[in-house]
Ligand binder design. Structure first.
Ligand code: PBG
Length: 327
């Protein structure tokens, strides 16, 4: 009669037999770096998340080091945008400058922090699409060398890993070849393999000022209705040489995460995206949800569904709560 409840009767037994555990080292914190000086501005639709100019990155880097998170995922917001997104691959562009600044900050303190550079053109193009245009169509193949150049600029500056997020076909291979040719054979590539055309990216596009100026991203991001297609995308990225694959967004796609887990032997990431964060923040601010418990439940769900690590805007908060509980 008592069989199923026997191991639930106290915290020690529950901890001992828990099947999943959320650890801070398994969380990646996304950081928005912008042009300018002396800037640390809160993103209105993402309370608690800020855009930093390079000179103030030390604030978030210190917090990330203290929280012992697994690393940072860097997004750049350039001063100027143009048709082909040239700010994305300038050697002294916003992300390379951020990488160098964070590297030297960490070095001075004898610490290390994993730096992942997101590689996409949408933050850098005047039209807001993730590749270059041919008429009003995003030209896949013409966009590939630009992604490769952007990845190289970030890696030359010292990024540990690059993560192409544009859903261009062949982008993993284009970046892999460029890195290999330049001698960066040890730098891994994480594919945003199964990235859906989702409305949950809304707050991110506010943050990065990257909304498409016409049309939408459905000609390159995945159809929300498909899961077999996600498996094809993952296989394609694997064949192109991805070292890690990802499912994005997370919450509404746990079935996809689970299906991908069953099919791939590569490490699997999930992106707990901006809209998912903002929903929790808004409801918590109204007193409608218990933020700590909800965040912990959500992060646990990602690991239970098969993720090896989670990219999440909750990372620093979660680490702080965990430290408070342990104290
Ligand atoms: C760039 C990119 C996006 C996100 C990550 N990389 C936005 C998009 O595809 O429009 C979204 C992340 C988030 O919502 O937190 N292509």
């Amino acid at each position: 009669m008592q069989r199923l409840r026997r191991l639930r009767q106290n915290q020690s037994l529950r901890n001992l037999t828990a099947e999943t555990q959320v650890e801070c080292t398994k969380l990646i914190y996304p950081v928005f770096v912008r042009h300018g000086e002396g800037i640390c501005e809160e993103i209105p639709s993402m309370p608690g998340v800020y855009r930093y100019s390079v000179d103030r990155l030390n604030e978030v880097v210190s917090a990330a080091l203290a929280a012992k998170v697994g690393g940072l995922l860097l997004f750049g917001i350039p001063e100027q945008k143009d048709e082909c997104g040239s700010g994305a691959w300038e050697e002294d562009g916003i992300v390379p400058r951020a990488v160098r600044a964070i590297r030297s900050f960490c070095q001075e303190r004898g610490r290390s922090l994993l730096l992942i550079a997101d590689v996409c053109l949408c933050e850098y193009t005047s039209h807001g699409h993730c590749g270059v245009l041919s008429g009003d169509y995003v030209d896949n193949d013409a966009s590939l060398p630009l992604h490769a150049a952007a990845a190289l600029a970030a890696v030359r500056a010292g990024a540990d890993m690059v993560a192409p997020s544009s859903m261009m076909d062949g982008v993993v291979q284009a970046i892999r070849s460029a890195l290999d040719e330049a001698g960066y054979v040890r730098t891994p590539v994480m594919g945003y393999s199964a990235k859906y055309a989702s409305a949950f990216y809304g707050p991110f596009r506010d943050a990065a000022d990257s909304s498409p100026q016409f049309g939408d991203r459905r000609s390159y991001q995945m159809d929300v209705r498909n899961v077999r297609e996600a498996l094809r995308e993952v296989s394609a990225d694997e064949a192109e040489g991805a070292d890690i694959v990802m499912v994005k967004p997370g919450l509404a796609y746990l079935d996809v995460l689970h299906a991908v887990r069953a099919e791939t032997r590569l490490p699997l990431a999930v992106y707990n995206v901006s809209g998912e964060y903002s929903m929790v923040k808004a409801a918590s601010a109204c007193g409608w949800l218990d933020e700590r418990r909800v965040v912990s439940e959500i992060l646990t769900a990602f690991f239970r569904a098969g993720a090896d690590f989670v990219i999440t805007y909750h990372a620093l908060d979660f680490a702080r709560w965990l430290a408070e509980e342990k104290a």
